[in-house]
Write a protein that binds this ligand. Structure first.
Ligand SMILES: [Zn+2]
Length: 400
């Protein structure tokens, strides 16, 4: 507007009013933009800068949508998953991993700032969820495709919150396939399994704990005993009766597992309802208070509840829906069962137990110098490999 204000009080008044109106309009516009942004986020769309690993892509029916941005998407995924499974023990190791990627953004003078690493590991967008402190939005399912699963994300958060210095030892049974099964070649007692600390790393071994036994306290490396056991497993051939027995065992195990997942689903549903009720209660309490610190505390609890809900819903969708897939599941398994070695090789601790239980009646006796004794093979198996000389047993000669 071309208007020359004069220096009179009236002119000044008009000038002030017009400036105020301009400011009001700008603020109203700002409010409108913020409302639009919030509304879009409520629909599950991120509206701010795309975090590394994502870029915006215009998709029909969505508008601008986060989309994996290669090669950074793969780098981000590898970093987060690597931290979850302890391939990277610390955030510093994640940092070094990122620094090793020459075209990774945010590398300055070969360094990535610590905060960038923490942001990467804690950003819910990577797990497919939209959160905003400014707009008070928690754990809304995003429209975009996640880079990592919610379970991985939770594992990472648990690791970050874990103040304990030493990582908790995983179930030792996973480390020692023959735990409670391998026996001492001298005294026949069960061998104990353990890790011993060397200069820079840990070494797995088995050893005899019987006082007075010739092998007392003498360690046998895990690789030695387990590889010789593997030779035995490779030699096993199942008989037809074994297949019938295995079929029965599998059917029972399958039914048990099905019942278990059903119970877990029921309990998850109940917990989701409980979380909803708690959120409702907290919300109504927020409405009744003006104290900011109390509101803040309630909001934190709500965010936590929302998050646990998300995880439970994700678990729920993972449970198998069809109960009649038993046959479809069993047939390929039985084919695999015809070769115990294939099961053993899978590395699955539960499946390995089945091999041990079905295949061997008297444990696996191993002598630290002479090697394995001839194992007692259960009836279902024929031991063709051993008779035809496929495997050499040093202990056999000693016993015969
Ligand atoms: Zn012994």
């Amino acid at each position: 507007m071309n208007f020359k204000f004069d220096e009179t009080p009236e002119g000044e008044f008009i000038e002030t009013i017009m400036a105020a109106q301009g400011a009001l309009e700008r603020k109203q516009n700002g409010r409108q933009v913020a409302q639009k942004m919030k509304a879009r986020m409520q629909l599950g769309y991120w509206v701010h800068n795309a975090p590394v690993g994502f870029r915006y892509k215009t998709v029909k029916g969505h508008g601008k949508l986060l989309h994996p941005d290669e090669p950074h998407a793969s780098t981000v995924r590898e970093a987060i998953e690597g931290f979850a499974i302890r391939r990277f023990q610390t955030q510093a190791e994640v940092k070094r991993f990122l620094e090793s990627k020459p075209d990774y953004p945010y590398v300055k003078d070969g360094k990535v700032r610590d905060k960038r690493v923490t942001d990467l590991l804690t950003n819910p967008l990577y797990a497919g969820y939209v959160c905003s402190e400014v707009y008070e939005l928690n754990w809304l399912k995003g429209q975009h495709e996640p880079l990592v699963s919610m379970a991985t994300f939770e594992k990472v958060q648990a690791r970050l919150n874990d103040t304990g210095y030493a990582p908790a030892r995983a179930d030792i049974g996973e480390d020692f396939a023959l735990r409670g099964f391998a026996t001492c070649g001298d005294c026949g007692a069960k061998l104990r399994s353990s890790w011993s600390k060397g200069k820079t790393k840990y070494y797995p071994y088995y050893l005899c704990h019987t006082k007075g036994c010739e092998s007392y306290g003498k360690s046998i490396s895990r690789a030695k005993i387990e590889s010789s056991f593997e030779e035995v497993v490779k030699s096993l051939q199942p008989s037809p009766t074994y297949m019938i027995l295995a079929k029965k065992m599998f059917k029972r195990a399958w039914e048990g597992r099905l019942e278990h997942t059903k119970a877990a689903a029921r309990s998850a549903k109940r917990k989701i309802t409980e979380a909803d009720t708690q959120i409702e209660t907290l919300l109504s309490r927020i409405m009744r208070t003006n104290d900011d610190s109390i509101i803040g505390a309630y909001e934190k609890r709500i965010a936590k509840l929302e998050r646990s809900k998300v995880l439970m819903v994700e678990n729920l969708t993972k449970t198998p829906r069809k109960s009649n897939s038993y046959e479809a599941f069993l047939e390929p398994s039985l084919t695999v069962l015809s070769s115990p070695w294939k099961i053993w090789e899978s590395g699955d601790a539960n499946l390995r137990r089945i091999v041990l239980r079905l295949g061997f009646s008297g444990g696996f006796s191993y002598h630290r110098i002479d090697g394995p004794r001839t194992p007692e093979i259960s009836l279902p198996f024929k031991t063709l490999g051993m008779i035809s000389g496929g495997v050499k047993f040093n202990g056999a000669a000693r016993e015969n």
